[in-house]
Write a protein that binds this ligand. Sequence first.
Ligand SMILES: Nc1nc2c(c(=O)[nH]1)N[C@H]1C(S)=C(S)[C@@H](COP(=O)(O)O)O[C@H]1N2
Ligand SMILES: [Mo]
Length: 255
Amino acid sequence: MSDKIILHRRRLIASLALGGGGMLLSGCDALNENTRFRGVLGAAEGWNDGAQRALAGDALAREYRPVDMSPVFRANGNVRVENADYRASAARGFADWALVVDGLVAHPLRLPLGALQAMPQRAQITRHDCVEGWSAIGKWQGPQLGPILQLAGILPAARYIVLHCADRFGSTPYYESIALNDALHPQTILAWMMNDAPLAEAHGAPLRLRVERQLGYKHAKFVMRVEARDRIDNLYGGWGGYWEDAGQYSWYAGI
Ligand SMILES: Nc1nc2c(c(=O)[nH]1)N[C@H]1C(S)=C(S)[C@@H](COP(=O)(O)O)O[C@H]1N2
Ligand SMILES: [Mo]
């Protein structure tokens, strides 16, 4: 019985082609002893791409050719993070940095940059539209958010995905949230590369969200933590994002 469950788990990891699997799972031995956790992770296997696509819908944001890429891609909002932990981590090239995936998941994760880089990657050349009235076309690369949530064993009660960022405006942290269907969309990625180079700090190093069917402010930079939630009206100002709480922009920013 437990052998079978472990096999399922191996197959799930293998199906995600996680070269960095050892790294990824090293902290999880205690969790592996927990049979309830193993059962949930086994069940997550059936939660395949087809189901994701049915949930997310098929409409893709337009993708462009390399020749279309903007010679200059403006950086906007916060372009530097003052947080002391972030500064120390940046000074070490983010070698000790890890993305936290938690909330309504069976299996909370800490994913080092190397694990995110070892997952299957998606690259896309898209147009970024900022509400302030500028656009730029750039190339983004990183793992899709869907498989990361799948690996964490996202629970049926989860309806929103919150991106917690390292930066603040004054004393208010930047954060954003998206509906689950946008989180599972094939073009929704956690990008660590922009225009074929690791993300510059101004563009959100070490990791930023790309959610291509939405406006610029939804594309959270400096993402530290991905949290699955059943509601967002009980978080910070209650409107699901920094700009939303400030009363500036609406939560749904579909283009
Ligand atoms: N953490 C964080 N994410 C953020 C912002 C910010 O200030 N902090 N600004 C947003 C806005 S308004 C835009 S247009 C884009 C800008 O991304 P860029 O700097 O790569 O152009 O990031 C968005 N994500
Ligand atoms: Mo923006």
